[in-house]
Design a protein around this ligand. Structure first.
Ligand SMILES: [Zn+2]
Length: 240
């Protein structure tokens, strides 16, 4: 078999090896992606649940403060009405100071109440969106998760297919060429067989002298790049 056909086989082999490598890498990154998707679901659910809890607490607090303020206002009204029955200066002073103290309490509680009302409004305005977002995120991420799970489940058989394809090619490649391929693959990683581009190595772009180009065009021997050591191939119909 001509050398050119052997190199064509190696080109096919390196595509298979690339795909196989991608499958192996997916075993590493798919579980990470799945973890992230699961974490996102939990985080947004937790935020929703904690906001809902805070809202319900704040509403209870708002309610009890409103009752307290209303009770204090009743008390204030009663004290004011007692003013009419005052007989001595001493009684008057005592009543005024009582009224002042109730007013002060009302002011304090109303300030707190306003803060609580503001917080309730903020939480209320966000809670529906948060719930919607939580449901949507769960749905979207669950869809993604089932796709990724399917990929994970099938990766083993896909690797097996690539191994079979690899084996079918290896048996047709001369041993010497195969060992060159394996060596470059191991040492350099990535592509092993490189097409010449613009009279240079397509991987490292080192220019090739004219006699090398002639040798490559004849295609009757293995030629590696002086610079990066990869196997060079001249493709038919390629312009110089
Ligand atoms: Zn090179």
């Amino acid at each position: 078999m001509p050398m050119k056909d052997d190199l064509e086989l190696l080109l096919k082999l390196q595509v298979i090896d690339y795909d196989r490598g991608e499958l192996e890498r997916s075993k590493e990154y798919i579980p990470d992606m799945m973890e992230n998707l699961k974490r996102e679901i939990v985080e947004i659910e937790d935020t929703f649940v904690s906001n809902e809890k805070e809202l319900s607490k704040a509403r209870i607090l708002q309610n009890s403060l409103e009752l307290e303020v209303s009770a204090l206002q009743d008390q204030l009204k009663k004290l004011k009405s007692m003013m009419m029955a005052i007989k001595t200066n001493k009684e008057y002073d005592a009543l005024v100071s009582q009224i002042d103290s109730v007013r002060e309490s009302i002011n304090e509680k109303e300030t707190t109440l306003l803060e609580i009302i503001e917080r309730v409004e903020i939480l209320e305005s966000g809670i529906d969106d948060l719930k919607k977002k939580s449901i949507e995120t769960k749905k979207q991420n669950d869809d993604q998760l089932s796709i990724l799970q399917e990929k994970m489940d099938s990766v083993g058989s896909k690797v097996q297919i690539k191994d079979d394809e690899r084996q079918n090619i290896i048996v047709r490649v001369p041993k010497r060429m195969m060992s060159v391929y394996e060596r470059i693959h191991k040492n350099r990683g990535g592509s092993v067989v490189i097409t010449v581009k613009k009279r240079a190595c397509g991987a490292c772009f080192k220019a090739l002298p004219p006699h090398r180009i002639q040798e490559l065009k004849r295609g009757d021997q293995m030629i590696t790049c002086d610079n990066c050591g990869r196997l060079l191939v001249w493709q038919d119909g390629q312009s110089e």
